[in-house]
Structures are given as structure tokens and as C-alpha cells.
Design a protein around this ligand. Structure first.
Ligand code: C2E
Ligand code: CA
Ligand code: CA
Length: 528
């Protein structure tokens, strides 16, 4: 329902909102999914790291068992204990070699027997564990060494770095894992480095053993999160997109519905935004105000005062015109009733009605309620009927018109001469007045054919005994022409434009011969 051209700002947020509503669930969903993925990664990194710790502890248990079994032999001559050293290697799955030392010197090994190499307890974290990058037998090949000591002698057992590497690779194939022993660490490259291993891009976890002085660091590389997205969530992602689209469409539909002419009219009706404007109708001879036509105006909160031709067609189409007219009649009665003293007896009040009003008898109640606001005989209610929607002469309508007539309500045929059914209406319903359409009045003095039609209508009304009202009188020439042809009533800008109730009452009070001014009439009405 375009009420004016200035609706750009409202339009832009209406266009934007469905996008926001559509994108929001997708973003929220992506956020939740991302959070879920991060949680999963954290949990999996934690579990993998814990498994590696447990596995290395298991290897070290083997090493510790061998070293502790040999510890009482430390200090004994090598040739006496060498076989025991070898037996421990054989007995323990992870043990690669066993050794004995005394006075900071390694003097016996399972591999060579007698040996001589310095042992420095400072190399061992907590005096127990050393991640070596190789020894004299296998230089450059990692070894994890366990040392059990009592005083200045003790036993040493080793596990091959390959066991560690296999554990790292098999337990967490897609996790970045590093074993840290003191300042040495080893990752999946199988090389022992010094310092601190690089932190993983995400789900970084550092878990220390409670039994041995080492820790394992785990986490995921940068691209792992993306890979998880691609492998785990395509179906959910598609569902989210569909949900977003549905939400956006639903929002657009709701906005359109809320913004539909029907919803807008309902809102306006509830907000009491429809006002009566009054245009005086003058009588022949003295041109005094004999009545007024009530014309609806929409006092729109944004658009200001809206003309009826911009919204009445929608109201008629949706059937809301009936409720709107009822509210308008109530408004009119409440505005005029306190100043009924300004109205002469039989003052015409014209209300525009449409075919919808004629389909049931509720119009009777509306008219009765309207008239009850005024002293009897003060107001002559006239219903103005147009041919925009045809009225069918059903038993209900015929009954309605009869009862209206009995109540003293008059019927005027509006815009007479412009429709095809004007004459039909005259035959079927009891009509009291003809309102000559303003297009004929405008042709006075200009178009011979229209003037002929005008004269024919005037003659017809006289023959049928109908009152006649000419609308749209704008010039004195038109007024005088109509006066010469004894047209009963005239209405038009020449006399007055439609105006709000206060102005109408105030001008009415200054009409010559205005009497019966009400007690306590407001000053603006008295001023005129
Ligand atoms: P209408 O019933 O034929 O009302 C007369 C229209 O002519 C009014 O326009 C009035 O302002 C205008 N008019 C009066 N004198 C002159 C004049 O000298 N020159 C010109 N050019 N125009 C003049 P308005 O108020 O804009 O109403 C337009 C139409 O809207 C009305 O035509 C009527 O059909 C409809 N309307 C207005 N109020 C209501 C209502 O409450 N209910 C219904 N159903 N229709 C209404
Ligand atoms: Ca009218
Ligand atoms: Ca008219």
C-alpha cells in the first residue's frame, strides 16, 4: 500500500533483516561446530598424550626392573656378572643393553663385557633418566637410558629410540607428539633435539609422568582443524545452510505479512488513526451549511495525513472498510454530539459506505448508535453509496434498506452518472438523493455533451422526486449555473474544503443565524 514515495530507510532495514536472520543461525552453528571440533581435538590430544606417557612408563618399567635387578651386582667383577647382564636383556622385551658402573665409570656392559667409559650422573634427569642422541655403539641413534644407583655405583639399562619412535607414530598418527626428558626432546623425526619443542598449533597438551622424570607434549598441526571440518561436517554444514535459508525466508515472509496493507490497516484501526474530516454541503438560495460529508483521513505516524483514495481501495478489498467506517461514525458522533446545538434540525451528515456494509443488518445498529448521540431530528444521516463494488438486491439488502428508511436514514447515490448500474440502483433500492459526480460539474461551460447529461440527471431527479447534490463546485459560474437549474445542494472547494472537526465546528458557529450555542463550548469554537 504505497502511501507516499519516501519509504527508503524502512525498506533498507527490511531488506537487511532477513539476511541477518538467515546468516545468524549459520554463524552460531559454525561457532558451535567449531567449539565442538576444538573440544574433540583437545580431548583426543589429551587421550593420545596420556597413552604415550603410559606406554613409555611401561618401557621404563622394563628398564627399571632390569636395572634394579642388577643393582646388587654393581661393583662385582665383570666376568662374574656379565651373563646376568645378558640375561636381563633377554628377559625384558624393551631392554637393549644393560651396564654396571662404579666410581663414575662404566666398567661392564652386556654387549662387550669389560668396558671403560665415564659416567656423569649430571647427564641424568633426577639422576635417573637420559635421552641420548647416540652412544659409542650406535652414534646418532637415540637411546633412552635408565640409571639405578646406590652410593657411587649402580646399573644402567637402555631402550632403543626406535621403540619410542614407533610408539609416537603408532599411538598418535595424526597428533604432533614429543617426548621430553629434561632439556632433550624427540619428535616423530626420531632425532634428539635440545631445548623446548615447538608448541602445537591447536589442542596443545603437556603431560608429565608421575613415576619417571619425563613428559609428553601433544597437539595438532594448523591444517588438522580444516581437515576435520571437511571430513566430519559437510552434512551438518549443508543442514545449517538450509536452516539459514529457511529462517531468512520465514523472516521475509513475516515481514511482508506484518507490512501487508491488511496488517497496517489493522494496526491503524487499533491505534485509532482514522479521523473524520468534514466538507460542508450548502443549500440553494442562501448557501448556508445544510450538512456535511464525512471524509476519512488517515493520520499516519510516519506519512502524516493520508488521502482516502490511497488506502480506501485496500480497505474495501480486505473487507476492513466496515470496521473502519464503524470507528469513523463513532468518532464523528463523539466530535459533533457535544456541539449538537450548533446544528440546525435535519442537519445532513453524509457517510460513505460500500457494498460490504450492505451484506448484513449490523449497519442498522451502527446507524442507530450514531443517531442516539444527538437529540431526535437534529441530524439527518445520509449513507452515500458508490458503484465501486456492486450491491446485489438480495433479501438481506432489501430488508436492510427498508429498515434504514424506516429509521429515517437517507440513501444517496454517489458519483451518479459515472457507473453503469446507477439506473439499476434507482430501480432496485429506495434512493433519496443523487450526488452528481464532479466530472460533470467541471464541464459546466466547457463540454456540451456533459452539460446535456448534467441537465438530464437534474430533470430525472426532479421527475423521480429525488433530492440532488452537486459535488466539486469550484467556480462561481458553476455555482450560479447549478442554482439556475434548481440543484438543491452544492458541495465543493468554492464553499469549503474538507476540514478537521474542530475547524468545522468553529466555522459552523460563525454561520449566519447560528444559534443554540452549547453551554461551555470551547473558546476555539466560539472564536470561529
Ligand atoms: P467522494 O465520496 O466522491 O468524496 C468527494 C471527494 O471530492 C473528496 O475527496 C473531496 O475532498 C473531493 N472534493 C470535494 N470538493 C471538491 C472540489 O471542489 N474539487 C475537487 N477537485 N475535489 C473536491 P477525498 O476526501 O479525497 O475522498 C475521495 C474518495 O474517497 C471519496 O470520494 C470516497 O469515495 C472515498 N472516501 C472518503 N472517505 C470515505 C469513507 O469514509 N468511506 C468510504 N467507503 N469511502 C470514502
Ligand atoms: Ca461521497
Ligand atoms: Ca462523489
Amino acid at each position: 500500500m504505497p502511501l507516499s514515495a519516501k519509504r527508503r530507510a524502512a525498506l533498507s532495514w527490511r531488506t537487511l533483516l532477513p539476511w541477518v536472520v538467515g546468516v545468524l543461525p549459520v554463524l552460531c552453528g559454525l561457532g558451535v561446530m567449531n567449539w565442538q571440533i576444538e573440544r574433540e581435538m583437545q580431548a583426543s590430544s589429551q587421550a593420545t598424550t596420556r597413552q604415550v606417557v603410559a606406554h613409555v612408563e611401561h618401557m621404563l618399567d622394563s628398564l627399571a626392573s632390569a636395572a634394579n635387578a642388577l643393582l646388587p651386582l654393581a661393583g662385582s667383577p665383570c666376568d662374574e656378572v656379565q651373563l646376568r647382564l645378558r640375561a636381563e636383556v633377554t628377559r625384558n622385551a624393551f631392554v637393549r643393553s644393560t651396564n654396571l658402573f662404579r666410581d663414575n665409570s662404566l666398567y661392564c656392559t652386556s654387549l662387550f663385557g669389560d668396558f671403560d667409559e665415564p659416567v656423569n650422573s649430571a647427564d641424568y634427569v633426577d639422576g635417573k633418566l637420559w635421552l641420548m642422541d647416540g652412544n659409542s655403539v650406535t652414534p646418532g641413534h637415540p637411546l633412552l637410558v635408565y640409571r639405578a644407583s646406590a652410593g657411587n655405583h649402580g646399573a644402567i639399562s637402555t631402550v632403543d629410540g626406535d621403540h619410542l619412535l614407533t610408539a609416537l607414530r603408532l599411538i598418535g598418527p595424526d597428533v604432533d607428539l614429543h617426548i621430553r626428558v629434561g632439556s632433550a626432546w624427540m619428535g616423530k623425526d626420531g632425532i634428539v633435539h635440545k631445548g623446548v619443542p615447538p608448541a602445537a598449533a591447536s589442542a596443545n597438551v603437556l603431560l608429565g609422568s608421575t613415576r619417571y622424570p619425563f613428559s609428553v607434549q601433544g597437539g595438532y598441526a594448523v591444517d588438522h582443524q580444516g581437515a576435520l571440518w571437511r571430513s566430519h561436517y559437510p552434512a551438518l554444514l549443508a543442514l545449517l545452510l538450509v536452516l539459514g535459508a529457511v529462517a531468512a525466508l520465514a523472516c521475509r515472509w513475516q515481514l511482508r505479512r506484518a507490512n501487508s496493507p491488511r496488517a497496517e490497516l489493522r494496526r491503524a484501526l487499533e491505534a485509532d488513526e482514522f479521523l473524520p474530516y468534514f466538507q460542508p454541503v450548502v443549500r440553494k438560495g442562501d448557501y448556508r451549511w445544510a450538512g456535511a460529508e464525512v471524509l476519512m483521513r488517515w493520520n499516519h505516524p510516519q506519512e502524516g495525513l493520508v488521502r482516502p483514495d490511497l488506502f480506501i481501495p485496500y480497505a474495501e478489498h480486505s473487507g476492513q472498510i466496515v470496521a473502519m467506517t464503524r470507528a469513523l461514525m463513532m468518532h464523528t458522533a463523539q466530535s459533533l454530539a457535544p456541539y449538537a446545538g450548533l446544528l440546525e434540525d435535519g442537519f445532513h451528515i453524509g457517510i460513505n459506505i460500500t457494498a460490504d456494509h450492505c451484506s448484513d443488518l449490523r449497519l442498522l445498529d451502527d446507524c442507530r448508535t450514531f443517531l442516539q448521540h444527538f437529540p431526535p431530528g437534529r441530524v439527518l444521516l445520509t449513507l452515500e453509496l458508490t458503484e465501486r463494488k456492486l450491491i446485489e438486491p438480495t433479501p438481506v439488502t432489501l430488508d436492510l434498506f427498508e429498515k434504514l428508511d424506516a429509521m429515517g436514514v437517507k440513501i444517496a447515490l454517489d458519483d451518479f452518472g459515472t457507473g453503469q448500474s446507477s439506473l439499476n440502483y434507482l430501480r432496485q433500492f429506495k434512493v433519496d438523493y443523487l450526488k452528481i459526480d464532479q466530472s460533470f460539474v467541471a464541464m459546466i461551460g466547457a463540454d456540451a455533451l456533459s452539460v446535456h447529461i448534467l441537465e438530464t440527471i437534474i430533470e430525472l431527479s426532479a421527475k423521480l422526486g429525488l433530492g440532488i447534490v452537486a459535488e466539486g463546485v469550484e467556480t462561481e459560474a458553476q455555482r450560479d449555473y447549478l442554482a439556475r437549474h434548481s440543484v438543491d445542494y452544492q458541495q465543493g472547494y468554492l464553499f469549503a474544503r474538507p476540514m478537521p472537526a474542530a475547524q468545522f465546528l468553529s466555522m459552523l458557529a460563525t454561520q449566519p443565524g447560528a444559534s443554540r450555542l452549547p453551554q461551555g463550548a470551547p473558546p476555539e469554537i466560539m472564536r470561529g
